[in-house]
Design a protein around this ligand. Structure first.
Ligand SMILES: [Cu+2]
Length: 137
């Protein structure tokens, strides 16, 4: 009788152990990793920014991007008939869109590997339309 009882007890432990082991993989496969690139940390993925030119002024005067990461800036010139562009003084020369009268939307894509502070301007209005691009290392 004692042996039989002890055997049943051991069997119950084995079953319990197996049950616990089976539930573990289910929980680890559940979470999807699809939201990782969209996280706003700006750590790894491409960075997308928008700059608006309106009334001969930029709507932002400071942009911050991480070094070594692809950046795309959408430049929206809302000034009807007034030419603007977006020109960044990159570490190896200017990076710029074409000068074009508004309304027009342009994109400027670049990667700056060297951290630092760079200027961005409109080449047509270099004293009125100015800002700072901070590339963070
Ligand atoms: Cu301009």
């Amino acid at each position: 009788m004692r042996r039989y009882t002890a055997f049943i007890g051991a069997l119950a432990l084995v079953v319990a152990a197996c049950g616990g082991g089976e539930t573990a993989p289910e929980t680890t496969t559940a979470p999807p990793a699809t939201e990782a690139p969209a996280a706003g940390d700006g750590a790894e993925g491409p960075v997308e920014l928008t700059v608006v030119g309106e009334r001969v002024a930029f709507d932002v005067t400071e942009l911050r991007v991480p070094a070594g990461v692809p950046v795309t800036i959408t430049f929206v010139n809302k000034d009807q008939g007034i030419p603007h562009n977006l020109r960044i003084s990159g570490p190896s020369g200017p990076i710029a869109t074409e000068v074009a009268p508004g309304p027009v939307t342009q994109t400027l894509s670049f990667t700056i590997d060297e951290p630092g502070t760079y200027d961005f301007i409109c080449a047509v209005h270099p004293t009125q339309m100015v800002g700072t691009l901070i590339v963070e290392g």
